[in-house]
Design a protein around this ligand. Sequence first.
Ligand SMILES: NC(=O)c1ccc[n+]([C@@H]2O[C@H](COP(=O)([O-])OP(=O)(O)OC[C@H]3O[C@@H](n4cnc5c(N)ncnc54)[C@H](OP(=O)(O)O)[C@@H]3O)[C@@H](O)[C@H]2O)c1
Length: 280
Amino acid sequence: MILVTGATGQVGGEVVQALVRAGQPARALVRRPTELPVEQAVGDLDDPASVAPALDGVRGVFLLPGYRDMPGLLAEMRRAGVERVVLLSSLAAVATDTRNAISEFMIRSETAVRGSGLAWTFLRPNAFMSNALRWLPQLLAGDTVRDAFGDVPIASVDPYDIAAVAVRALLDAGHEERVHLLSGPERHLPAQRLAILAEVLDRDLRFHALTDEEARADMTGRMPQEYIDAFFAFYVDGTIDESLIHPTVENVTGSAPRTFRQWALAHRDAFAPSPDGGSG
Ligand SMILES: NC(=O)c1ccc[n+]([C@@H]2O[C@H](COP(=O)([O-])OP(=O)(O)OC[C@H]3O[C@@H](n4cnc5c(N)ncnc54)[C@H](OP(=O)(O)O)[C@@H]3O)[C@@H](O)[C@H]2O)c1
């Protein structure tokens, strides 16, 4: 049995689907019961004791980072007899400046998993292709997308491919104590991603790059100041480089990673307005 955390999210949702396709027994940890193709157990990752019942009979865990008591969560897993953990980390973990709030929680999570005594694999993906869904409110309101860091190229990765690697690391030997750097097959500027999306949606869309001052103002209120500073360190000061293309997805899964066009085609419906005025 594999326990999938974040099962209603972008990556965990794909991990659930991939385990179902593989015919592998899986359980989703959810805060509220919902519709999923696998059994569910209710628990809150910020409260390790609440996760204990979900761990019954579990051999491997797909784990999201950054919860309040990561060592406590890992202790519950060890007590339950879990053998291996695949942690969704990020490139932020390589930036050693723990004053950076995102690096801090990634490093804290990796440290807890490393110290747990369980077999571990870390996934350090570049930014997700699914971040384009954050453009949805602007795309429902008009044809212009205003966004930050317009001059930063990123080889973004499809959560589908992150999940495919996670499943191999959960089910196969040979991924223990390994760090998998994950990217898609191409690097794009945000305007290039929007141009691909425009073709797929058959719309005439324009990208407007925010200045750094505009970007800070835009992000304020949507996330804590410390996260805004963290993103500026990554993308303006250049403390991480997500433009690098890694061969990992193909090496691990045997399939080439998906392009942004493939992601956009697979998620085209999410960008279509629904009759009630929301997204489709
Ligand atoms: N976006 C990127 O470009 C990027 C890049 C590298 C790494 N990451 C990391 O990836 C992670 C996000 O992955 P994602 O995009 O797949 O997630 P997501 O779509 O944002 O969904 C978050 C998931 O976590 C669950 N969750 C949140 N708090 C929880 C709690 N206290 N207890 C149990 N479950 C909880 C949510 O469940 P509910 O349905 O209950 O809300 C949901 O299933 C973050 O840690 C982020 O730092 C992101």
